[in-house]
Ligand binder design. Sequence first.
Ligand code: T46
Length: 157
Amino acid sequence: MKKMKIYEGVNTMYNSGLLKFKKIGSPSNKEFGYLTPIEEMEEIPFTIKRIYTIYGVGQNITRGMHSHKHLHQVLICINGSVDIRVENYFGEKKYTLNDPSVGLYVGPDNWREMSNFSEGTVLMVLASEKYDSDDYIRDYDDFIDYSKKKYEYGGKR
Ligand code: T46
């Protein structure tokens, strides 16, 4: 994992926060628009092994509701808007993603919930590992127990 400057959330949360990407273009040149380059180990603090997109989600749907033991991810809302609630042993925080030049880094041991998808939302996720169903903790009580055992006595991250 590469150390990245996380510009929001770093004081309140361990292991998650917003990453601001470069936005090439200018408001005075509306016709050109913008371009946001994203490279692994540059804007993204890990090697990207998998990309998936979430789209076509109904408005009253909540997705996620699990944590990961080892997976690092960056969530980028490339169209529309979605709320992401992240919770870990140290606290919780809610983010609204609605800008393709912003990514939400979510590391291991974070419970995540995605809700309030606007119509047409496309959420792209860059992941540090290939899909592994054994990496998920899908039961909230198991997540709490796992986190307590890992962090309660100042356990290592
Ligand atoms: C996460 C949030 C942000 C695959 O076969 N391959 C994949 O790479 C993924 C991500 C999922 N799947 C299958 C597993 C399930 O049968 O797709 C189905 C839906 O997956 P899930 O219920 O885990 O989807 P979400 O939207 O609740 O969670 C996903 C990711 O799984 C998760 O890692 O952090 O998006």
